[in-house]
Design a protein around this ligand. Structure first.
Ligand code: ADP
Length: 488
């Protein structure tokens, strides 16, 4: 089954061409045969007539008859055959043709006589006609000619049989080239559509210079993108506004609860309840912060303001700030080493990538485990690897963990809302990079971030350095506040 449009059209085009070719071949051969038959009949009939006219008085003198015929018709040198019978007795038969195209002596008489018809006898087209003079004998004159027409016909069929496949091949190649050219705009629309993300909301499919229907399709898809974008911005604004509204009351409630937990001498069950509420408040604040972070990432996309960031330095700083969490779980951490890895980007948000990945590694690794962080430059890319000996991720979840609100299994013992890796992915994309994971259940996971070392192709989602710094501080302090909440 041919699926591609190009192949299907070319196949159809070749089948039509083959049918046309076969029809052309058939019509050509039939017309040629008909025309050649008419011509040879006329020639042989008029030759028989001529012979009769010139030699009707010589039939009783074979020598004179022979000399007249040979002088006038030269049968041997011209591939002709002539036989004259008078009252059933052959009085003249032409000799063997000089080039040996046929054997004159082997040509039988046409019996019964079919007057006025040309019949193929061996290699010769033979015509017979009887003549009589009043009171004279019955004379049958047979004139024949080597079948040149058949040879020509055979050659014609042979050359068409050879020519037709060549013609078909050329037509298929030409068809393929024409189709490829015609589909080039579609290809570029596919490429543009594949590379489209909500992070570049103003990007549209190319439409100009296309065939009108393809242009109309491009314009319709672009209008659909406009509508999708406006719906997406709407939802995004709503999330951002709602999260903002929630943040202040949450901070106040948490502060008040912390105060109560420290000051009052509470009965043990109330104390326990406040601790639980505090933990939940911390989780909720984290969720709200993450929602704000994601909606800001989306809305600030494309505004370029780059710092020069040293990833190695940033990683060491992050590890230092998170040492309480590491110590709490007795995790061994292997710090990155080597030369500085500098790249243009948003320091605050790149720090959040490290905080989220390291935070997850801590969360999902059992006490006493190991976390290894490596930072290096590889070709044109800066590579960050955060590896742990934790619980790992099943293969079917590995690609989905980067989706918003996706959690492998909420009962895996760690809190979270499934936004951390979505934020990592967003930040990496904003820097023109990627994030991926290799993981084996019960063995561990390795998250790999790759970001270009130069700004080419990257668009940073930064609005202002101050904002991004606040952003990073927020995420680090959130991780630390979880430990504090537990300690209260
Ligand atoms: P969460 O806040 O739930 O941790 P994330 O987006 O950070 O959300 O992670 C999504 C899911 O990916 C988590 O629910 C967790 O199951 C899995 N995950 C992330 N990092 C790791 C890791 N280092 N080891 C094992 N599982 C992980």
């Amino acid at each position: 089954m041919i699926r591609s449009l190009t192949s299907r059209l070319i196949f159809l085009y070749c089948v039509i061409l083959l049918m046309l070719g076969a029809a052309f071949l058939g019509i050509t051969v039939i017309s040629f045969r008909h025309y050649a038959g008419q011509v040879i009949t006329n020639i042989l009939a008029s030759r028989a007539q001529d012979i009769w006219r010139m030699s009707r008085d010589e039939f009783r003198h074979p020598d004179r008859l022979k000399s007249i015929i040979e002088r006038r018709f030269s049968p041997e040198s011209q591939d002709r055959f002539i036989r004259i019978e008078v009252d059933g007795k052959t009085v003249y038969r032409s000799g063997e043709p000089l080039n040996g195209h046929f054997s004159a002596k082997d040509i039988p008489p046409i019996l019964p006589l079919k007057e006025g018809e040309v019949l193929p006898i061996g290699e010769v087209m033979l015509y017979a006609k009887s003549f009589t003079q009043p009171g004279g004998p019955r004379v049958v004159i047979e004139t024949g000619q080597f079948q040149y027409a058949q040879t020509v016909e055979e050659r014609l069929i042979r050359s068409l049989f050879i020519g037709l496949p060549i013609l078909l091949l050329m037509a298929a190649i030409a068809g393929y080239l024409v189709m490829r050219r015609a589909l080039t705009p579609v290809e570029s629309m596919i490429r543009a559509a594949e590379s489209y993300t909500f992070n570049e909301p103003h990007k549209r499919l190319p439409t100009t210079g296309n065939e009108p229907r393809i242009e109309a399709l491009g314009l319709a898809l672009n209008r659909m993108l406009d509508r999708l974008n406006s719906a997406y911005s709407h939802v995004n604004r709503f999330t951002s506004d709602a999260a903002h509204e929630l943040r202040t009351p949450l901070t106040i409630i948490r502060g008040e609860l912390e105060l109560i937990a420290r000051k009052e001498k509470l009965p043990p069950d109330t104390d326990e309840a406040i601790k639980t509420v505090l933990e939940e408040m911390t989780r909720l604040s984290g969720l709200v912060d993450n929602l704000i972070a994601l909606s800001r990432m989306d809305s600030l996309w494309g505004k370029t303001a780059h710092d020069t960031v040293d990833l190695l330095d940033l990683a060491l700083e992050t590890i230092d700030q998170m040492h309480l969490l590491l110590e709490e779980k007795h995790l061994t951490v292997t710090k990155p080493r080597g030369p500085a890895v500098l790249l243009p980007g948003d320091r605050g948000r790149l720090k959040q990538v490290l905080v989220n990945l390291l935070g997850n590694a801590i969360k999902y690794t059992a006490p006493g485990g190991r976390i290894t962080i490596q930072i290096r430059a590889e070709g044109m890319m800066a590579v960050v690897m955060v590896e742990d000996t934790g619980i790992g991720i099943d293969p079917e979840h590995q690609q989905r963990v980067f989706d918003r609100f996706y959690r492998v299994s909420p009962d895996r013992g760690a809190d979270g809302a499934g936004l951390g890796l979505a934020i990592v992915k967003s930040i990496c994309q904003a820097h023109g990079g990627t994030v991926s994971v290799r993981s084996k259940p019960s063995v561990g996971s390795c998250f790999v971030v790759e970001v270009p070392l130069s700004a080419t192709g990257a668009s940073s989602p930064v609005a202002s350095t101050m904002e991004s710094r606040r952003f990073a501080e927020m995420s680090t302090s959130r991780e630390l506040s979880k430990t504090r909440a537990k300690a209260v």
